[in-house]
Design a binder for this molecule. Structure first.
Ligand code: PNW
Length: 457
């Protein structure tokens, strides 16, 4: 690349984390367990038997971590609030939990950074799971109640609110394939859970509107799949339609006011007739949002495969297989193709005209290491971030209204079912000493943020 690619003025250069993945201190100050604390104690659920008990000890080291974000000159920091810290037992607000996020938000702002708050990044309170969790409609109401508590406390200082992070994962990895907490495998339940999550989103949005200043930005972060068909043959195109339906449109369409897609209803009819949708639900779910968060890591390529049984994380996917698109892969074995992000952003901007887009997560795990001179030369991550930011630029040029980008993740952290094995951080964490090392990728990212441009490499 010979010239710099400049981003629109005001473009937000952020980085992101999630509470369970970094905080540790799982029993501190009155916190009670979440479904992830439970899951990580089930033999075999998490690689190496890892747990989030200590994680990056961010609950104690948060000042140091925020200082790194400031030193990198980033404009935005996306974090999530741990529901079990706020409401450790039914109906009782934990002052110490609220105080933690209050201090965090004040310090983020003092450092000149914009806080972007996610209300739910998968750490459901275990006692609520014991009462049925997202299987129950009532959980949507409880979620909105919790959202309102936080809005009352932080609404004067946090401008951007994201309700749910990646409801596809909560519904279909948590209740379909069972690789995420609470580890259930029941496609009919997973579809009901998807609806209750969306109901929680919509109910929370309405509640937030009543509390937050009119200038607040309310959003939802989806891990949209960029699905391509292996060929233009009708059966391959139909395979792509199915995956697009149950991964993307089942969330996007109701949120954008179009209700559940008819073709998805047909694909999953053996599991459910959507009888869980009650009058008024779709209006609630369509509550106006101010931006949409897109989390993107890797493209999907699918092919018609008549012998293939339903893939548990994709209800209605019988007769479909995912195939290797042949790109280089990350340590997660996820193929890397930045052009898929351009296509995805253009698709979202066509689907949701007028709705600003934030890339709320993008990044990669690689097996990087600390060199003797104290540096982490993670060139593959730098290249990944560079190419995906160029892909964002490619989407903005023809008109996608992308307002910002958040590198996942600030820190190496607990990568859910993969434990500490996979390092996504732009900052390295030594889990023995808790020492942080700013990786070369973070330095490169900081330089682009300072220039508001991708500089020639
Ligand atoms: C996202 N998939 O998770 C999450 O928001 C982060 O907490 C996580 O660390 C990050 O991506 C990296 O994995 C995903 O199987 C987990 O398609 C799994 C999938 C997608 C996203």
């Amino acid at each position: 690349m010979t010239e710099s690619l400049t981003f629109p003025s005001g473009f937000r250069w952020g980085t992101a984390t999630a509470a369970y993945q970094i905080e540790g201190a799982v029993a501190a100050d009155g916190r009670t367990p979440s479904i992830w604390d439970t899951s990580c104690r089930q033999p075999g659920a998490i690689v190496n038997g890892d747990t989030g008990d200590v994680a990056c000890d961010h609950y104690r080291r948060w000042r140091e971590d925020l200082a790194i974000v400031a030193e990198l000159g980033l404009t935005d920091y996306r974090f999530s609030v741990s529901w079990p810290r706020i409401e450790p037992v039914p109906g009782r607000i934990n002052a110490a939990g609220l105080d933690f996020y209050d201090r965090l938000v004040d310090t983020i702002r003092e450092l000149g950074i914009r806080p972007v708050l996610t209300l739910y990044h998968w750490d459901l309170r275990q006692w609520l799971q014991d009462d049925g969790g997202w299987r129950e409609r009532s959980t949507a109401k409880l979620f909105a109640w919790y959202a309102a508590i936080l809005a009352e406390r932080l609404g004067d200082r946090v401008a951007t609110w994201t309700t749910l992070n990646e409801p596809w994962c909560s519904a279909f990895l948590g209740h379909g394939s069972g690789v995420h907490a609470p580890g259930l495998r029941d496609p009919a339940l997973a579809l009901r859970v998807a609806h209750n999550l969306l109901l929680g989103h919509g109910t929370a949005v309405s509640g937030l509107r009543a509390i937050l200043p009119r200038t607040a930005e309310v959003s939802l972060a989806l891990n949209l799949h960029q699905v391509r068909a292996a060929s233009d043959r009708p059966d391959d195109l139909d395979a792509a339609r199915r995956i697009d339906g149950v991964a993307n449109r089942i969330f996007l369409d109701p949120v954008l006011g179009r209700g559940y897609p008819e073709d998805v209803r047909r694909d999953v009819f053996e599991h459910t007739d959507f009888g869980f949708v009650r009058p008024g639900d779709l209006d609630l779910i369509a509550a106006k949002i101010d931006s949409i968060g897109v989390n993107f890591y890797s493209p999907s390529l699918v092919i018609a495969d008549p012998e293939s049984p339903e893939i548990a994380a994709y209800p209605g996917s019988q007769g479909v297989s995912f195939v290797d698109p042949g790109f280089p892969v990350t340590a997660m074995d996820w193929p890397v193709d930045a052009s898929a992000l351009t296509d995805l952003l253009l698709r979202v901007s066509t689907d949701a005209p007028g709705l600003p887009i934030l890339v709320t997560e993008n990044g990669a795990a690689f097996d990087d290491h600390l060199d003797a001179d104290g540096r982490v030369r993670d060139e593959e991550r730098t290249a990944y971030l560079h190419d995906h930011l160029a892909a964002v630029h490619d989407a903005i040029a023809p008109g996608a209204d992308v307002r910002g980008y958040f590198a996942w993740s600030l820190l190496d952290n607990v990568e859910w079912a993969y434990g500490y094995d996979k390092r996504f951080g732009i900052v390295r964490v030594d889990y023995d000493t808790q020492e942080r090392t700013v990786k070369d990728s973070a330095r490169a990212y900081a330089a682009w943020a300072a220039a508001n441009a991708l500089l020639p490499r």
